[in-house]
Design a binder for this molecule. Structure first.
Ligand code: SAM
Ligand code: SF4
Ligand code: SF4
Length: 367
């Protein structure tokens, strides 16, 4: 019998149109799921395309010239995104992160920032609006993003060593351009930046200490992220993960460290400070210390599908409601019902799940 291969691109098609309740209750600025977790953060993927082919995220063997990215007509427009964001805010969302793919590839992204930045949370505070980027286009775009109202930016940077960096992005992109982008973002007032490094054993773990050394004294916060088994194409093995506890030990051997309190309860990154006060660093231990118990994040895919977990196998087609003529009250009611029935906790039960082929890709849903 021949084995049937499920093309990875098909994963995106598993989405159901969420039912709209008959008489949706008005939102009250606070929504809890079946495990008592608030809806607080929304990550929005604005494109599924990327100019990098990071080996752990969009390996070339899968994301090649034949890979079918979403057509323009499938993408949520900026107006549709803004409409949904307002509805999410009514349910208590206070933090929005734009991501992708590479979000700066989305044409005129500053226009979306300008539409989102004036919005206020249900409590009347400014929205916490940020963006995660590979930094390749920041030199050109940082100022326009800032002028449109962006407050902060997170840049992914997996190595300082040019050879290691080029090998990880797999498109021969030089690290100097990303470092220049980081400086441009700093100058534009998007500081302090967060610099995210995904650590993969034997590939870039020799860069942990140099990364701390390089960004000491700049005010930027380097965060080391455990390599995750997200998606179905990155060939993840537990052996490739460098546990955050090891990352901390390696840094502590060179720079004495003290733990610092979280900024808020349930913060994903564990924070540390160099004893000489020259830097804060963070570790994100998605694999060795799952944080599902305090996971308050929803994710919106490029074509408007809501995912209640990074490891979800299916989404909920909000675009169908938007384009099907539903009014805001109906969409709001459907969203409330979806979140209230959420019980995801993939990372806590990962061990029994790693063979599932239908997980969505990180580049599609955003990190
Ligand atoms: N292209 C942008 C970037 O690289 O910053 C935004 C999208 S990217 C999918 C968001 C984040 O996910 C990046 O920081 C990236 O390093 C991280 N990421 C991607 N695949 C990952 C994996 N398998 N494990 C851990 N983090 C991953
Ligand atoms: Fe692109 Fe970001 Fe994925 Fe790298 S991590 S391939 S930059 S989407
Ligand atoms: Fe949240 Fe799912 Fe990650 Fe757990 S596995 S922290 S529920 S996104």
């Amino acid at each position: 019998m021949t084995e049937r291969i499920i093309p990875i691109a098909d994963a995106r098609y598993h989405a159901a149109v969420p039912p709209v309740p008959d008489a949706p209750a008005a939102p009250v600025g606070h929504l809890e799921d079946a495990r008592g977790r608030r809806l607080h953060d929304l990550r929005i993927s604005v494109t599924d395309r990327c100019n990098f082919r990071c080996t752990y995220c969009m390996p070339k063997a899968v994301f090649d010239k034949d890979y079918r990215f979403l057509p323009q007509s499938s993408l949520l427009s900026f107006e549709e995104i803004t409409r949904l964001v307002r509805i999410f805010i009514d349910h208590g969302v206070e933090k929005i992160r734009l991501t992708g793919g590479e979000p700066l590839l989305r044409k005129d992204l500053h226009r979306l920032i300008a539409m989102l930045s004036p919005l206020r949370t249900a409590r009347g505070a400014p929205l916490d609006l940020t963006l995660t980027t590979n930094g390749s286009l920041l030199t050109r775009k940082a100022q326009a993003l800032r002028d449109a109202g962006l407050q902060r930016v997170t840049v992914s940077l997996d190595a300082l060593d040019d050879r290691a960096f080029r090998a990880m992005n797999d498109v021969d992109f030089p690290v100097s351009d990303v470092l220049a982008g980081i400086e441009a973002a700093d100058r534009a007032g998007l500081a302090p930046l967060k610099i995210n490094m995904v650590v993969k054993r034997g590939v870039n773990d020799h860069e942990i200490v140099p990364m701390v050394r390089h960004f000491r004294g700049t005010g930027h916060i380097v965060r080391f992220i455990e390599f995750m088994d997200v998606g179905a194409s990155n060939g993840w093995r537990l052996d490739d993960v460098v546990p955050s506890a090891d990352v901390i030990e390696r840094i502590r051997a060179v720079f004495p460290l003290d733990p610092i309190d979280p900024n808020y309860p349930g913060e994903v990154a564990e924070r540390w400070r160099l004893r000489d006060g020259s830097a804060e660093i963070g570790v994100i231990s998605s694999v060795t210390q799952p944080f599902c118990g305090s996971c308050t994040r929803a994710r919106l895919s490029t074509e408007g599908r809501l995912y209640t977990c990074l490891f979800a196998t299916g989404g909920h087609d909000l675009r169908a409601l938007l384009r099907g003529g539903c009014d805001d009250a109906a969409i709001s009611g459907a969203l409330a019902a979806l979140w209230q029935s959420r019980s995801d906790r993939y990372s806590e039960i990962r061990a029994s799940n790693t063979t599932d082929l239908r997980r969505i890709e990180m580049s599609y849903i955003g990190g």
